[in-house]
Design a protein around this ligand. Sequence first.
Ligand SMILES: Cc1cc2nc3c(=O)[nH]c(=O)nc-3n(C[C@H](O)[C@H](O)[C@H](O)COP(=O)(O)O)c2cc1C
Length: 222
Amino acid sequence: MYLDMSSDRVDFTWMIKNAVVPRPIAWVSTVSATGVGNLAPYSYFALVTMDPPMLMVSFTGRKDTLDNIRETGDFVVNLVTEGSAGTQTDTAAVVPPEIDEAELLGLRTVAGTAVRAPRLAGAKAALECRAVEEKAMPGTTLVFAEVVAIHVDDGVLDERGRIDIAAYRPVGRLGGALYTTVAESYRIPVPAAADVLAGKRSVELAGSHADRTTGVPVTDLR
Ligand SMILES: Cc1cc2nc3c(=O)[nH]c(=O)nc-3n(C[C@H](O)[C@H](O)[C@H](O)COP(=O)(O)O)c2cc1C
């Protein structure tokens, strides 16, 4: 199938959002200038640079989250993990700005450390962010922000102090109402240029001959 800008617009955009998966979900907590909290999910969201660590969140139309970021200049991205996908979806319901979704749903928040916005007490990882720049797009506003601090639940760390994906179990969005939980991972280091030039391939060097997600030998995917 081939779709482009002359195709049905809904088919075109749905195909793209079903293809680019899984998308992590930024469960964004903010506070207004008058102190009202807000919580909502955003999956048009990406980590865009490593150092300084910057991320981008995309707001279509008017959003309480965007209003609050404009008022205070900061926000927290709580990462969605197994067990919280349903509650996350509840916070997407459009409620008046004077209602704090976290309070409404009985979710405990704690004060931000480096930012004004609170974070979810139960989040396995939470990124404290300061907005750096806004970019206006047709119908949409992109907010670029620097991550100035991260809180990680000690329970998801391995013995080296790094996130253990099997314990962390992040949830990704697959388009529409479909979600997935990442429960498995495998390691394929980037080979040295000399090895690639000598005809060696990363999976061979890593001692594995198959893509473990499908069991299909990697050579058959070329
Ligand atoms: C999983 C999920 C991801 C979403 N991602 C976005 C997004 O990237 N951009 C957007 O504008 N709305 C997105 N929405 C819709 C908002 O969450 C929804 O409009 C919400 O009511 C906004 O709340 P707020 O006005 O309190 O910020 C998403 C909804 C869900 C369930």
